[in-house]
Ligand binder design. Structure first.
Ligand SMILES: NC(=O)c1ccc[n+]([C@@H]2O[C@H](COP(=O)([O-])OP(=O)(O)OC[C@H]3O[C@@H](n4cnc5c(N)ncnc54)[C@H](O)[C@@H]3O)[C@@H](O)[C@H]2O)c1
Length: 352
């Protein structure tokens, strides 16, 4: 990626108070971008956004994606060159408790962002973040490619698949690449695999669950130790989002499409493997209990084909699974300031 792409550019970043958003914010500021964030307030005082003192890195608007007028005004007033739309109700198990709120945030929230972009009277790149869970998953062991059928069992997955359909509809109806010279808008969607990294304190995610168990000196409870996922370090999708944004700014016609971002197939790991490697890297004996949960369906097998992004963007993952897990364990084991730890890993990643 060319670092100058974002220097002095105006970036509208939704979800800046979340796990990935906080990393993205720190990276963007390091690249010299001016950032306006739009999201709900951090959920916990130790969230990464608070730890890196995110309020001093951006103009922060704390509001809901459902507040359409506020969101539209924020985008139109800020006049962004790029929009990175990360905000979402991003938790599968929470989506079973709050299905309507999940659909509202993830489907209508995406439509609100895209519609504000439609009103924007300047060229703009929109990078819309969805997930690997957008595919209809019969769990037959195939790795999904971008043309595979969309679907979704749980409300989170279904809401993100629906967001993909909204994005595609806006791309065809209002930001059609064939009429690019008229509207000057490029939109793409990115479907990332399971992300790990320092500073995630979300509920019901593997690494935060392990970190909480370690703090209490208790074994971590695993629901599905044999589930296999395309795990990757948070800096992989963050830099892939930025690379795609750059490519879209250079050629808004060619790159207005969807891409998977995932590790190599050889780096897919089960929940139990990730857990064991994390404990080892953290310097503690692995301790987990298995308590299968019969009630809520979660996919046992999910694999992504990353061929398209490798071919078209010359992107490839920089960290193998064990490195990604080690970097994550090192972050949590290191008692220093979070901003400094993130800055060091960002530098290290860029020099890989
Ligand atoms: N973490 C992963 O493993 C992973 C994997 C694939 C895709 N994703 C996607 O990446 C994006 C970021 O994920 P994350 O892990 O940082 O999630 P997160 O839960 O840590 O952060 C979510 C962000 O969205 C904001 N948000 C949620 N509901 C909102 C609403 N109604 N209005 C305004 N803001 C709202 C939150 O305030 C927060 O800033 C999401 O779109 C998620 O679906 C995450």
């Amino acid at each position: 990626m060319t670092h100058e792409t974002y220097l002095g550019k105006r970036i509208f970043l939704t979800g800046h108070t979340g796990f990935k958003g906080a990393w993205m914010l720190q990276v963007l500021r390091g690249l010299g971008a001016e950032v306006m964030g739009y999201a709900l307030a951090p959920e916990h005082p130790n969230d990464l956004y608070c730890q890196i003192n995110g309020d001093r890195l951006c103009q922060s608007i704390i509001a809901d994606l459902s507040e359409r007028e506020k969101l539209t005004k924020a985008i139109l007033d800020f006049h962004p060159d790029f929009i990175f739309h990360l905000a979402a109700q991003a938790l599968v198990r929470r989506s079973y408790r709050l299905p309507v709120a999940t659909f509202a945030a993830n489907v209508m929230g995406t439509a609100h962002v895209l519609d504000a972009m439609r009103e924007l009277g300047k060229p703009c790149v929109g990078v819309m973040i969805t997930t690997d869970k957008v595919y209809e998953n019969p769990e037959q062991g195939e790795a999904f490619s971008e043309t595979d059928k969309l679907g979704g069992y749980d409300p989170y997955s279904a809401s993100k698949a629906a967001a993909e359909i909204v994005i595609e509809s806006y791309r065809r109806s209002f930001f059609n690449p064939e009429k690019f010279s008229d509207h000057q808008k490029a939109i793409a969607s990115l479907r990332a695999g399971n992300v790990i990294g320092g500073g995630d304190f979300s509920e019901d995610r593997l690494i935060p669950d392990i970190v909480r168990a370690l703090a209490k000196n208790e074994p971590v409870v695993l629901r599905n130790p044999n589930s296999v996922r395309p795990w990757q370090h948070v800096l992989e999708p963050v830099f892939a989002y930025l690379l795609l944004g750059q490519k879209m700014a250079e050629d808004g016609i060619r790159y207005s499409t969807s891409f998977n971002i995932g590790p190599e197939r050889a780096d897919e790991r089960s929940v139990a493997q990730v857990t064991n490697t994390f404990y080892e890297a953290y310097g503690r004996q692995a301790a987990f209990e298995v308590k299968p949960e019969s009630g809520l369906h979660e996919a046992g097998l999910l694999m992504l084909d990353n061929g398209k992004i490798k071919r078209e963007l010359s992107w490839s993952p920089k960290l193998h699974a064990e490195e990604a897990i080690r970097w994550t364990a090192e972050w949590y084991a290191d008692g220093r300031d979070a901003f400094q730890k993130c800055a060091e890993q960002i530098d290290r990643y860029q020099s890989c």
